[in-house]
Ligand binder design. Structure first.
Ligand SMILES: *Cc1c(COP(=O)(O)O)cnc(C)c1O
Length: 418
């Protein structure tokens, strides 16, 4: 199962630990297979992207069909049918105030675009606003801009000198929600450009969940002060939290929304940043200086758009919501079985995402436990990647009851090695 010596430098991987790196040949549903037919259950949806399962036949067919027509097109001043239908459908399924779709190719770039849109808006209407408000423990990507609006820590210490200043709002821990709202209110008085937030659950920050009413209150505070509200739904979008978008269950309509990961069902890289009309209008002018100067080579790649259109068709045509509801219930049942075990703490769940903390002395992101746990699960045929001492399960919606039971059996067994 180990790869031969390889020149590849893997992301978020400490090669110095000498861990085996499985060589995957094939994926189907919730399973990843090596060339010998051994399989791993993909309990984290290949880093939160795979929603309907690997190699979903409709998505694969859409990709194949598109490769017969158009592979790539410059998107500055040109367009194509897959992007047009995708944009129209995204506008149809999101709240009315969101009227414009800007394409990019990863979650990080969709956030960069959101920040640039926000500052471009204030710049073009001639109001001096440039500070960004963030929530403690947030994660918005690994580019310089997105690291700037994310939690500072060991994973970005070397680049600290390049990161721009932001104002941090405390995370709304249970019982401390009012402190968060008060801090946001005070920060909004300083006329910042925007507040960026992961709605309802902070993913990379440790699957930290906060209630919908807090999200709704934060949104109202921003609205009252004219501060642009950016929802980073890169992880939460496409059903993870139980509704298609996390903002839906809070009745929140953001000014800017970032979507990626599950946009293509997890098959190809693609992202969009949706915004309200005034942001577009602030850039709309015969004056070329007001152009939104952002692009990447593969903006709205036609094959990726075709995969996204297939994803949206699956949401229309298949009982995706029922699958999500069933998976959420099953996750709740498995979590309940471990919830009273003294070796775990903070069992928590939002929609299809379940998480718990292992009680250890060296808690935190660099907990020595995490690599040991990852290896333990891998050896048991389960792909899990704990965040420090927090173990979470975020499987594709096609995961079967037997597969889910295998995942949770591995977690239960791992309590003995903690
Ligand atoms: C994964 C993630 C990103 C970054 O997406 P990439 O595609 O990895 O660049 C941004 N925001 C959130 C909330 C994420 O979970």
């Amino acid at each position: 199962m180990t790869t031969p010596p390889s020149p590849i430098w893997h992301p978020f991987t400490q090669h110095g630990l000498g861990d085996a790196i499985p060589l995957i040949a094939r994926g189907e549903g919730a399973r990843l297979y090596d060339a010998d037919g051994n399989y791993w259950i993909d309990a984290i949806s290949s880093w939160w992207v795979t929603t309907h399962g690997h190699a979903h036949p409709k998505i694969m067919a859409a990709i194949r069909a598109q490769t017969e027509k158009l592979d790539q097109l410059i998107f500055a001043g040109w367009t194509h049918a897959p992007a047009e239908s995708l944009a129209a459908e995204l506008i149809r399924i999101t709240p009315d105030p969101l009227t414009r779709v800007f394409f990019s190719d990863s979650g990080s770039t969709s956030v960069e675009v959101a920040l640039k849109m926000a500052l471009g808006y204030w710049f073009n209407i001639g109001e001096a606003r440039s500070r960004i408000l963030v929530l403690d423990h947030s994660y918005h990507g690994d580019t310089i801009g997105t690291m700037s609006v994310g939690e500072r820590g060991v994973y970005n210490r070397a680049w600290q000198p390049l990161l721009f200043d932001v104002d941090s709002i405390p995370f709304p821990h249970e019982g401390m929600e009012q402190a968060t709202l008060d801090a946001l209110e005070a920060a909004c008085l300083q006329k910042p450009a925007a507040f960026i937030v992961e709605p309802l659950i902070l993913g990379a920050g440790g699957m930290l969940i906060y209630p919908a009413w807090v999200l709704a209150e934060m949104r109202s505070i921003c609205a009252a002060h004219g501060v642009l509200f950016i929802a980073d739904e890169v992880m939460t979008g496409w059903g993870r939290t139980g509704t298609r978008f996390a903002c839906d269950q809070a009745g929140v309509i953001p000014d800017i929304v970032c979507l990626s990961k599950g946009l293509t069902g997890g098959a190809l890289p693609l992202a969009v940043t949706l915004c309200i009309e005034p942001i577009f209008q602030a850039h709309y002018s015969p004056d070329r200086a007001k152009t939104f100067y952002h692009s990447s080579s593969y903006t709205a790649n036609p094959i990726a758009c075709a995969a996204a259109n297939a994803n949206l068709a699956i949401w229309r045509d298949e009982p995706v919501q029922q699958r999500i509801d069933a998976l959420a219930d099953a996750q709740a049942a498995h979590l309940a079985m471990l919830a009273t075990d003294p070796r775990i703490a903070n069992p928590r769940r939002l929609g299809t995402i379940a998480a718990l903390d292992l009680v250890v002395a060296d808690a935190g992101y660099l907990s020595a436990l995490a690599p040991r746990l990852t290896a333990f699960y891998r050896d048991r045929g389960v792909l899990l990647r704990p965040l420090g001492n927090s173990v979470y399960v975020m499987p594709p919606y096609c995961t079967g009851a037997d597969e889910l039971a295998e995942i949770w059996a591995a977690i239960a067994a791992s309590l003995d090695i903690a």
